[in-house]
Every structure is written in structure tokens, then in C-alpha cells.
Design a protein around this ligand. Structure first.
Ligand code: HEM
Length: 400
């Protein structure tokens, strides 16, 4: 079997298994084991984990071959890194940015062919534009899209090798490819004086961090921001195609011109509940402790299943059904601990507001411009740190 196919199928099967596993811990009242990891999917236990980042720490082992950033560091190192980008993301999500973000999606999609791959490409172009714009930059679109594909590919391999021990050669190749993609990203950024100046700003704010690389910081932030937002919009398309009535209702709501779009917002929430863009997290236990009656040891890796939290039957009615008009969302009656697509606590998504803004404006622009239908309703994943619909899903597209 081709290495790539093997890697994709192992990772996808892991996520399918997490879906199958969703809510089981609740039934037994205890966390359960998944391979050699303890999985937590009870919203209360997960809330404890994510609110204690000094005890449940980030450790991405091999993934760190792609470098260090606020995503995969801890303590003071993380805190300094967070400061470099956090205000940028908050400013990019202010209400005044709603119109420009809407314009970017509308423009990118208006020149797109009516095919799923073309729409996907346009969404990536829009999201990349928005990410770069937050830093006052403009991406070299073609080159940056290729780099994004390479980052995804490298991350998928590194993640696979954190589960399935690689040979020395495989490990060496993956690390070499990770370094090459960061080096190529660096060349591209440094060729643009404004981007080079921004990298200087990153560096000047991180003088206390030994070996700090502004490009590593940028690359992982870039992937975290772009991949997740686009993925969410792609799942919305997938579900619109599967349900004509839902699509008609959302189309009518969007065309009504009303500023409030409760059904569209509900559909987006339900999409993120059912297909959380980051379906699970791992954490390293910092010191011996006990959680939900389970003894945990310093150095042990544990898993937080966001899929499982989102499908916990004690917190959701019919959690395994995709319900575009889910009552808990329409009534705003859901327990905040049971809906964590952006996580909660100190290590929650740094771009949560921007992500929400992007997804909403992307969906509004998509629904205005395109109609979707599906010949079947088979759900197939492609997991590479973010969970997206598999390429080649049977969605037909037409321009409205
Ligand atoms: C629908 C869109 C998004 C979703 C669902 C999402 C989800 C998440 C999740 C679950 C985490 C925690 C990962 C972990 O603890 O291992 C995270 C972290 C992060 N996300 Fe997002 N994200 C989205 C959009 C964005 C955007 C637009 C940006 C930036 C422009 C961004 C930047 C980050 C960063 C920097 C972190 C690391 C936070 C830290 O630990 O300091 N994300 N995201």
C-alpha cells in the first residue's frame, strides 16, 4: 500500500473510531481507553482539564518538527508568544471588520467555477487573504497555497508517526520535509519587505525566548487559522447538499437581508458540534493526579475527545443526529461545557472570534452564490490535524 494511503487510512480510522466511541464514557461513568490512551469526553472532566494548563500540558512531540509556536508551547514561553499575535486577532474580528471580511469572501467566490474543488480553492484564498490582512500583509497567493498543502501533508505524516512508530528513515524524511517547508515559507516571507518587517516585530517581542523563530510562529498560526475556518465552511456545504429543505430555508433567510440569521447560525453551530474541525486534543499529564476516579501519572499522554464531548447524551438530545434546527442552539439552552469547538480555558483558540466571523461570512456568501445537491448522504472524512470532508464527495454545485 502507498505510504500516503496507509497514513490517511490509519488517521481517518482513528477519527471514525472516536465518532463510534462518542458518549461511551458517559454511559460507563468513567473515562475509557482508546488504544494506549485514556480518553476524556465527559464535559465536566474536560472542563477541568482545559482549565488547568499547568497540569495538563501541551506536548506535540513529533509535530514540533514543524517548529515551535504558541500552539505547542507552555508556561512563560507560551505567554510571550501569545502576546505577539493575540491583539492582531482581536482587532481583525472587531465589528468594523465584518464588511471587509464579507467582501473578501464575496469577491473570491464570485470568480470561482461552480465546482467543489474551485469553491474550496476560493475559500482558502479568502481565508488566507484575511489572515495576512490581519498582519497588514498580502499573500503571494499561488505560492502560499502550495505551501499550505505542504504544511498539511507534513502535519499529517508527523501526527501519524506520533501514533505509529516510524523507521529511522521515515522519521528523518518527515523531519527534513518539515524543515524544508518552514525554510521555503521563510524565503517567501523574507522576499516581501512588509512581511520581513513583521517577522522583525515578532522577533523583537520574543527576545527572552532562546532560539525563537518568527517564521515557525507564523506558519503554525497560519495553518491553525486558515485550515479550520475553511474546513467548517466545507462541512456546511456538505450538509446543505444533503438536505434541500434546510438549504432552501437558509437561502431564504440569507436573502431576507435581516441582520439576524438564527437558522444559519444554528446550522453553523450544529456543523461545528457534529464535525468539530479539531476533533480531539492530546495533553501530557504534568504531575500524578486523579481525574474521574482514574489515576494519571506524570508524563502520561491523555486524549480529550471534542467529538465525544459534543455527542455526550447527558448534554444533548439525540446527539448522533445532525439536526440543522437543533433546539439547544435555537433556544440558546446548551451547556457551554458541552460545546467546545474552539475549546475553553486559557488555551482556547486564539482566533475564535475571527474564526466565527469568517465562517459566518463565508457561509452567507456561499449560500447567496451557489446551490448544492448530493446523490448520497455518505459522510467521509479526511483528517490532517483538522477534520474536513473527503475530496470527491458526491456534491453537485450550480451557480444561483
Ligand atoms: C472555525 C475556526 C476555528 C476552530 C474550530 C478553531 C479551533 C481551535 C482549537 C480547538 C484550538 C485548541 C487546540 C489545542 O489546544 O490543541 C485552537 C487553538 C488555536 N487557534 Fe483556532 N480555531 C479556528 C480558527 C482560528 C483562527 C481564524 C485563528 C487565527 C487567525 C486561530 C488561531 C489559533 C491559535 C493561535 C491557537 C493556539 C492558542 C494557544 O494555545 O495560544 N484559530 N483553535
Amino acid at each position: 500500500m502507498d505510504d500516503r494511503i496507509q497514513i490517511e487510512s490509519v488517521l481517518n480510522n482513528l477519527v471514525y473510531a472516536l465518532f463510534a466511541h462518542g458518549g461511551q464514557a458517559e454511559t460507563s461513568g468513567r473515562p475509557s481507553d482508546f488504544g494506549n490512551m485514556v480518553v476524556f469526553d465527559n464535559p465536566e472532566a474536560v472542563d477541568t482539564i482545559v482549565k488547568a494548563p499547568e497540569l495538563f500540558r501541551k506536548n506535540f512531540s513529533l509535530i514540533s518538527a514543524l517548529g515551535f509556536s504558541r500552539f505547542n508551547t507552555n508556561d512563560q514561553d507560551w505567554s510571550v508568544r501569545r502576546t505577539i499575535t493575540q491583539d492582531v486577532y482581536l482587532a481583525a474580528a472587531k465589528p468594523a471588520q465584518q464588511h471587509p471580511v464579507a467582501e473578501i469572501f464575496a469577491t473570491c467566490l464570485s470568480s470561482s467555477d461552480a465546482t467543489l474543488p474551485a469553491i474550496q480553492q476560493s475559500l482558502f484564498a479568502a481565508s488566507m487573504t484575511i489572515f495576512y490582512r490581519a498582519f497588514g500583509l498580502v499573500p503571494d497567493m499561488a505560492a502560499t497555497l502550495l505551501l499550505l498543502d505542504r504544511v498539511r501533508d507534513v502535519l499529517r505524516r508527523l501526527q501519524y508517526y506520533s501514533w505509529v512508530t516510524p523507521t529511522t528513515a521515515e522519521r528523518g524524511n518527515a523531519i527534513q520535509d518539515a524543515r524544508a517547508v518552514v525554510a521555503d515559507f521563510a524565503s517567501l516571507l523574507m522576499a516581501d519587505p512588509r512581511a520581513a518587517a513583521e517577522m522583525d516585530r515578532f522577533r523583537s517581542e520574543a527576545t527572552d525566548i532562546e532560539g525563537f523563530s518568527p517564521v515557525e510562529e507564523f506558519v503554525m498560526n497560519f495553518f491553525a487559522g486558515v485550515e479550520t475556518s475553511v474546513t467548517t465552511a466545507l462541512w456546511v456545504i456538505d450538509r446543505l447538499g444533503a438536505n434541500q429543505q434546510v438549504q432552501d430555508r437558509i437561502h431564504a433567510e440569507v436573502l431576507s437581508g435581516d441582520a439576524q440569521t438564527p437558522y444559519t447560525d444554528c446550522m453553523i453551530n450544529e456543523t461545528m458540534r457534529f464535525f468539530p474541525p479539531i476533533p480531539f486534543l492530546t495533553r501530557e499529564v504534568g504531575a500524578d493526579t486523579v481525574l474521574e476516579g482514574r489515576r494519571l501519572y506524570a508524563g502520561q499522554l491523555i486524549m480529550v475527545s471534542i467529538v465525544g464531548v459534543h455527542q455526550n447524551p447527558a448534554f444533548w438530545s439525540n446527539p448522533r443526529v445532525f439536526d440543522a434546527s437543533r433546539k439547544e442552539f435555537l433556544d440558546n439552552s446548551f451547556d457551554r461545557r458541552a460545546f467546545i469547538p474552539f475549546l475553553t480555558g486559557p488555551r482556547m483558540c486564539g482566533g475564535a472570534r475571527l474564526g466565527r466571523l469568517e465562517v459566518r461570512e463565508a457561509v452567507l456568501a456561499i449560500v447567496r452564490q451557489f446551490a448544492f445537491s448530493r446523490a448520497d448522504d455518505v459522510i467521509r472524512f479526511d483528517y490532517a490535524l483538522a477534520l474536513r470532508p473527503a475530496q470527491g464527495a458526491s456534491v453537485s454545485v450550480s451557480r444561483r
